[in-house]
Design a protein around this ligand. Sequence first.
Ligand code: SAM
Length: 163
Amino acid sequence: MPDQAPAHITDGPQFSENWFEHNIPHWQRWLGDFRGRCGLRALEIGSFEGRSTLWLCENILTADDCRIDCVDLFTQDPVYGDYHARFRRNIAAHAHKIVEHAGYSFDALRKVEGEFDIVYIDGWHSAFGAMADGVMSWPPTLSSGQDMTPSAIAPKAECQPSI
Ligand SMILES: C[S@@+](CC[C@H](N)C(=O)[O-])C[C@H]1O[C@@H](n2cnc3c(N)ncnc32)[C@H](O)[C@@H]1O
């Protein structure tokens, strides 16, 4: 018997990479108080196949009127192929919560309208890319919001200048 059923006969989400699950204990701690709240708004930069998107929808953005803006290139990839199609399939049960922004974050972040309770930055991982996404997503983040990159979390209220 193979370890896994062939992809075409599995019903669950299908992912080629696991760049997310190590975050779960931290996110449960940081975001637990948000769980179940109505009208939450999240912004995710770098959605790929929807692993982090799905976790947020199933565990934090559980109320039906929550929304998550997903920014990604969502284009054909030389290694991962049509990962956008897998994103769509994986988050299908939560499609009503998702607003897609296909393209570079630099362009999308000039157009998204906040305010966001949660921001996850997981797109272009260069120092410049992560910093630029952080800077551009700062204004539309609520002062009570959480701004997260893979290496840091910042409750915005604690980072306001004190002058
Ligand atoms: C590490 S993956 C995201 C993983 C995802 N959060 C998860 O949990 O599986 C990074 C994603 O960011 C996208 N990306 C990279 N640079 C980007 C940019 N400048 N603007 C928008 N998306 C970008 C890539 O296409 C890729 O899908």
